[in-house]
Design a protein around this ligand. Structure first.
Ligand code: C5P
Length: 321
């Protein structure tokens, strides 16, 4: 690169991981927890796509959808009481400028709060709080994307913490590669369905969607197809899923601290003391390769990444494919 700013290298490979993370990476790569068929495994031989081609591939190959009551096992009276009648895109409508706020420790001391809140919609992840951190992360929460582990584990107090009470909730859970709804329903990674119902009973007026499990594997496929090595056979992180979700409804999306700024740190989350480089570089999730993809489609400058941790990507409606 010609840029004087040292930012995320879009050709990052597993070789750049430290010894411990490389071992963890290889361990996850050797597993096939979600039963991906053999022919789907391993790197693809494809030409190096341009940013525009990548964006169009994302738009065309990943169908962002939330669960409705059309398909079994959700076509029951019980599920009709719980699931929203509108899908998420209908509910959000079309938005202009959106912000996706990663939970990385490096957003600390960023003073990005006001900039983040100036967007028409702000997406946050899992247990990421705003109170006490407003000056760095803002206070507006339009959408909160939560994984099923956060919903299920006692430490997050998902059912009664006010943290989850603002904005629209969207939940996801790693599903079998087949994305077979019945198979997933009977054996989710974490008990997403029971927790979802319980939350809806306790907070009946809050909008709450479940991401269709096909989304995670369609997105995984785009990551693998554009990576020169075999990636972990696990779903992408909430971070990339959230960015994709906003790209499907917004004209433009700013993604904060997904590509680390000059504040890059081993601090896992801005709201915790826990330190682990795996949070930024990936272990279970193919996060390293997700970041390569975002760097490749970024339309902002390297200086924006370096100073603000900000990547800028166009929404799907703004593309000419
Ligand atoms: O850890 P959690 O999944 O709640 O964080 C939300 C998202 O923020 C992650 O899925 C990941 O994409 C991103 N993240 C990151 N670097 C970190 C922590 C989180 O890129 N250090």
């Amino acid at each position: 690169g010609k840029s004087p700013w040292r930012v995320w290298n879009e050709n990052s490979s597993s070789d750049m991981l430290n010894k411990r993370l490389h071992k963890v990476f290889k361990m996850y790569r050797a597993m096939n927890k979600y039963n991906m068929p053999l022919q789907k495994q391993g790197p693809r031989r494809s030409h190096k796509r341009s940013a525009q081609e990548l964006l169009c591939q994302l738009r065309n190959q990943v169908k962002v959808q939330t669960l409705g009551t059309q398909q079994p096992p959700f076509n029951t009276q019980e599920w009709a009481m719980f699931l929203p009648s509108q899908n998420l895109s209908q509910e959000l409508g079309s938005l202009k400028n959106c912000a996706v706020v990663s939970s990385a420790g490096s957003i600390r001391n960023s003073h990005l709060g006001r900039e983040i809140d100036s967007h028409d919609a702000v997406l946050r992840f899992n247990a990421a709080p705003t109170s006490k951190y407003q000056s760095d992360v803002g206070k507006k929460t339009t959408v909160r994307l939560t994984n099923s582990q956060v919903m299920a584990s006692d430490e997050f107090r998902f059912l009664d913490s006010p943290l989850y009470g603002e904005g629209i909730l969207v939940a996801w859970d790693p599903a079998p590669y087949s994305a077979d709804l019945l198979e997933w329903y009977n054996k989710p990674d974490y008990p997403i369905f029971t927790r979802y119902k319980e939350y809806r009973r306790r907070h009946p007026s809050q909008s709450f969607h479940i991401l269709h499990p096909a989304v995670q594997w369609q997105l995984w496929e785009v990551i693998q197809e554009n990576t020169g090595e075999e990636i972990q056979r696990n779903p992408p992180s909430s971070g990339l899923l959230g960015a994709l979700l906003m790209m499907s409804v917004c004209e433009q999306v700013h993604i904060y601290e997904f590509l680390p700024s000059r504040r890059q740190t081993d601090l896992c989350h801005y709201y915790e003391k826990f330190q682990d480089a795996a949070c930024t570089m990936g272990a279970y999730h193919p996060l390293l390769f997700e970041k390569n993809l975002v760097k490749r489609i970024n339309q902002g400058s390297d200086l924006d990444i370096f100073q603000l941790g900000r990547a800028t990507v166009p929404g799907f409606q703004s593309l000419n494919c």
